[in-house]
Design a binder for this molecule. Structure first.
Ligand SMILES: Nc1nc2c(ncn2[C@@H]2O[C@H](COP(=O)(O)OP(=O)(O)O[C@H]3O[C@H](CO)[C@@H](O)[C@H](O)[C@@H]3O)[C@@H](O)[C@H]2O)c(=O)[nH]1
Length: 235
């Protein structure tokens, strides 16, 4: 019991059962924690019904309402550390991240990285099916982040990541401030500032086929000012 995949969910009834079954079909003994924010579509009920089939491996935290991606992960990280997991993964519920790549992220950490990042913007990585304006915002945001923070990461907003427990024990999780894309940047930035080794692993990111994106203009704005604020963080 050393690998935990945290899947935050808000209205993912079309995806959640399929993704859980896919992760459990992989070799490597991955466990899952779903952090559901009171999805009105009943996502948590689907998870609960699957817990009978996977009593040891499938865990669920239910929060009262939509409190944001960043706080869902912070909640999940604290839970994972309390339970003693060593490799803690972030992954979307919607198959935009291919669960089979979990093994590659794990191997990067098992071979010396403290944080491995499923990256769209390194050689071998790509994005499939995104409209041009979303690619533009994402790639532009990545370049903007690099110029302002100097962090040597090509895909700082990536949401497919493996953190080793020592990184999550060292980052002051209660001080993490941001919620959306900026949350993803902030976690990597804090790990880098603390001297941890970050490694980008190329992945193909495929836009979701089921359900809808929950990201908003506010989240893009948060990232734009957030990277300036982050430069003051020392850890
Ligand atoms: N619990 C919880 N889950 C949420 C919330 N908002 C979104 N989620 C869940 O978080 C995952 C990603 O949400 P999407 O709405 O599909 O995100 P996206 O716009 O495709 O963004 C993804 O790509 C970005 C990089 O381009 C990433 O920065 C981001 O973290 C995410 O991986 C999904 O599993 C979704 O259900 C929330 O407020 N609470």
């Amino acid at each position: 019991m050393d690998k935990l995949v945290i899947i935050p969910t808000y209205n993912e009834k079309e995806n959640i059962e399929k993704i859980i079954r896919k992760v459990f079909s992989l070799t490597g003994g991955f466990h899952i924690l779903v952090v559901d924010d009171g999805s009105p579509d009943g996502t948590a009920d689907i998870v609960k019904s699957l817990q009978a089939e996977f009593p040891q491996q499938l865990h669920l935290v239910q929060r009262s309402g939509k409190l944001g991606l960043g706080t869902a992960y912070i909640h999940g990280f604290k839970w994972a550390l309390k339970e003693g997991y060593q490799y803690i993964f972030e992954m979307d519920a919607d198959f935009s991240h291919n669960p089979e790549d979990l093994t590659r992220l794990y191997e990067a950490c098992a071979n010396g990285a403290d944080v491995s990042i499923g990256s769209r913007y390194v050689r071998g990585g790509k994005v499939v099916n995104w409209p041009w304006d979303r690619v533009f915002i994402s790639k532009g945001g990545a370049m903007y982040t690099k110029v302002i923070t100097f962090m040597p990461v090509n895909d700082p907003t990536a949401g497919f990541v493996c953190y080793t427990a020592k990184v999550l024990k060292t980052i002051p999780l209660d001080q993490v401030q941001f919620i959306g894309y900026a949350f993803q940047i902030e976690m990597k930035y804090r790990a880098w500032k603390l001297g941890f080794k970050l490694k980008e692993v190329p992945i193909t990111f495929i836009d979701r086929k089921e359900g809808v994106s929950k990201m908003s203009k506010g989240i893009v704005k948060e990232a734009m000012y957030g990277v300036w604020k982050m430069r003051k963080f020392s850890k």
